[in-house]
Design a protein around this ligand. Sequence first.
Ligand code: C2E
Ligand code: MG
Ligand code: MG
Ligand code: MG
Length: 280
Amino acid sequence: EAKQHGVGEFRLYNQNYGDDVHSRQQLILDFKTALAEDGLSVVYQPQIDCRTRQISGVEVLVRWIREDGVAVRPDQFIPLAEQQGMIGLVTDFVCRQAIQELKAAKLLGSVLPRVSLNISAMDFNGTESLKRFVCLFADHEVEPSWIQLEITETAVMNNVEGSISALQGLREHGFQISVDDFGTGYSSLSMLRRLPVQELKIDQSFIRDIPHDHNDCSIVRTILAMSAALGLRTVAEGVETDAQAAFLLEHVCTELQGYRFARPMPIADLEAFIATYRAA
Ligand code: C2E
Ligand code: MG
Ligand code: MG
Ligand code: MG
């Protein structure tokens, strides 16, 4: 995982594709091939409950390692998949793959109370998408309450009324909803109150410089107080240091996620991580 974010590989990616039209076409072609030929995989990043210190869930993140071994980052191919109308296929793959792996490892619904999946705004168009999600998980004998769907604050704000009704439909089926990258959008308190969500994920840009940056500390404290008042869980993303974790514990964040605890990892590593973590 560390290597996938390495500067060297990132540069290699840019060399191979660049910004011109031809490179972009190549990227699209490569991605289509990956999607059709098992080129995508998923990794899992544990989340830690601040009160019990137990693993409260995992976030599923998609990975694309090309045949030449180069990792292309989701920040680069997810927007592309959205533009190309292929995001539904990615979401289907990620959801099925994660459920299948977690069930085979006998983790879901027992050791792991919850799995969070990233959902694109385009997965949320009308009643069709609702049916799709319900079927996707019903096929696998999964309790909807084990599933949490993460939708970014920006996606919600781009289509407030549509999002509210789509999220309400998902809620009625028992799915949990989390607002991802919270703080980077522009939602208001009154807006938040109307959203049928259970969790806010504080964007990692606000976590990075706490406890040194006073503005960021104020923002994080405000988000935590507001979430508590609204009865929402809060997950801090990108927690890397003890000092960040200590600040978040002091101000009663409910869950922590980040390299300080665990990096995103494949299912076999997750099984090992959970076994060691529980024993400790
Ligand atoms: P996100 O959902 O906000 O995911 C958090 C990102 O932060 C992940 O990057 C994760 O690997 C990274 N991260 C976790 N802990 C730390 C840390 O302590 N420090 C730092 N610096 N980073 C940390 P990743 O996997 O590259 O994903 C980037 C974004 O791509 C995600 O942001 C999400 O918006 C999108 N994405 C990833 N997987 C999927 C997917 O299956 N479907 C959709 N629609 N989007 C996805
Ligand atoms: Mg996320
Ligand atoms: Mg996020
Ligand atoms: Mg993000």
